[in-house]
Design a protein around this ligand. Sequence first.
Ligand code: SER
Length: 336
Amino acid sequence: MPRTILVTGANGEIGHTLLERFAELEGARIITVDLAPLHADLASKSSLHLTGDVSDPALWARLQEEDINEIHHLAALLSTSAEKAPERAHHVNVNGTLGLLSMARAIGQRRGSPVTFLFPSTIAVFGLPNLETKQAAGRLTEDQYLQPITMYGINKLYCEQLGGYMSDRYGQLLDAQADVLDFRALRFPGLISAHTVPSGGTSDFAPEMIHNAAQGKSYACFVRPDARIPFMAMPDGVEALLKLASADRSRLRQRVYNIGAFAPSAEAIAAEVRSVWPNTDITYAPHPKRQAIIDSWCADVDDSAARADWDWAPAYDQRRAFDDYLIPIISERYSS
Ligand code: SER
């Protein structure tokens, strides 16, 4: 039997690159879910596409019929979108995740072997009280400053806990079957893709700056030049998902892992962009609320647990991310 892998939010930025990678791996059956029909360029990479909302019980029931081995639950309202529709964000981000976790448990129970559930969490789970604390704290470990100020961060932090509960303690007084779900979460930094432009996130200033410059467009950055959070090139983000999914369970000491790559300020990103497109016009027009969100996120992460437990190491540092991935592919993309 081929392995069956479910990807929700398949049309999104991570979904695009993840589906490309799965297409290179032989023998897996890929089921995709998205609010919209699958993008034409991804159609050949999916065996079955279901158009639907991840918080819809009818979708969970349909998916439960499938013998799913692994789930990459990418669908979510990101941090900026969530602040414009907080109740809806909670519904999709939390109820959707609970429904899929329950569905995964039912499949694991039926089959008699656990479903691996990959959950992309985020640096938005952190909440530094002020800039001085952020600067002094530097790289945060998984358990520091978990007081998020956004609905999205709250949703993701809760779902990290929920996934652990659903795996290890679900129905502990009901004698519910154990070992039917194996939840694993990654805390992504801001992800930068060369192929797609993000929407609805607060880390979007970096990819927006790069993609605009490549098109010769001016860009007014919505955070201050000194704003600093960690970033990662998309191929590393997807590699991390694949690596954690296949990691030996006996080595995993925790269910939630930070991962990092590089952590430039907005001005450092602008300098990279200007070095390639010298005439680029970048100005700063900080949006107070979005700036406050970025100020509450960590300046960098300590990912030593991921490095020790499942050999995480990014292939792209800042230099390689720009020179070997972002600049060549983005230049090509807008050249025609
Ligand atoms: N990129 C996300 C956002 O900005 C952070 O996880 O919302």
